[in-house]
Design a protein around this ligand. Structure first.
Ligand code: GRF
Length: 232
């Protein structure tokens, strides 16, 4: 039996695609993406799901109470027997009842090194603009468990990406996104495997270096990332 995973996405869904592509390379993984949920009816992520033969569902959030959204979300998740959730560019706050039901079984990816450059309103280009404005020399994606606040839950993995002289927000966003596509599928795989085996998926501590040291997946990411950036 493989663990049914749901992906929530509001937009393009390139991280969803990276998860699906990575999954296809794995030998008998004990999990699968069973369902894709979006708050945007025309999200490209929904079309990607459709193309891959994955059930997709438009779940409107705008103008509804959090309780109402929570009830419908939990209903959909339980009827698909979902055991793990990956937020991939999902721009809505997850209702508290859903957070509670999926505590440490729901992750998000953010395109900066949290706890810096996160929180309400920090999404898309705003994140990269803020990183550049701060003069930070390092940025990079963070994967964290989801709690009741935007971008605040315990950190599972991070990967540093250099800020280069002459970067504009778009160049920086593209460099970080490439690393997201390497990191997120491997973290989803790592956590889903733990859950599929009935283990508690614990965050890596400290993030980043422990991720590298403790797992084959970490070593693979390091190799792909350095290969990907050679001569860049
Ligand atoms: C990514 O940069 C992710 O870190 C953030 O939203 C963006 C989603 O991109 N949460 P995509 O929809 O996966 O292409």
């Amino acid at each position: 039996m493989s663990l049914p995973v749901a992906v929530f996405a509001s937009g393009s869904g390139s991280n969803l695609q990276a998860i699906l592509d990575h999954h296809a390379t794995l030998d008998a993984p004990p999990w699968r993406v069973q369902l894709v949920i979006s708050d945007q009816e025309d999200a490209r992520a929904l079309r990607r799901a459709h193309r891959s033969g994955i059930r997709s569902r438009f779940l409107p959030v705008a103008g509804r109470s959090s309780g109402d959204v929570a009830a419908e979300t939990l209903d959909i998740l339980s009827s698909a027997d979902i055991g793990f959730i990956a937020l991939a560019g999902y721009l809505r706050l997850i209702p508290a009842d859903v957070v509670e039901a999926f505590r440490e079984r729901m992750v998000n990816i953010h395109p900066a090194l949290l706890p810096a450059f996160g929180g309400k309103g920090m999404y898309g280009m705003r994140v990269h603009e803020a990183v550049l404005a701060s003069g930070a020399r390092l940025t990079g994606p963070t994967v964290h468990f989801v709690d009741e606040e935007y971008d605040r839950g315990p950190i599972v993995a991070q990967w540093p990406v250099s800020v280069r002289a002459g970067d504009d927000p778009h160049a920086l966003a593209a460099r970080v996104l490439r690393v997201e596509h390497l990191l997120y599928p491997r973290v989803v795989d790592h956590l889903s495997r733990a859950l599929a085996r009935g283990r508690r998926p614990t965050p890596f501590s400290p993030p980043g270096t422990a991720f590298l040291a403790k797992s084959q997946a970490g070593a693979d990411v390091a190799r792909s990332i350095s290969a990907g950036f050679t001569g860049d």
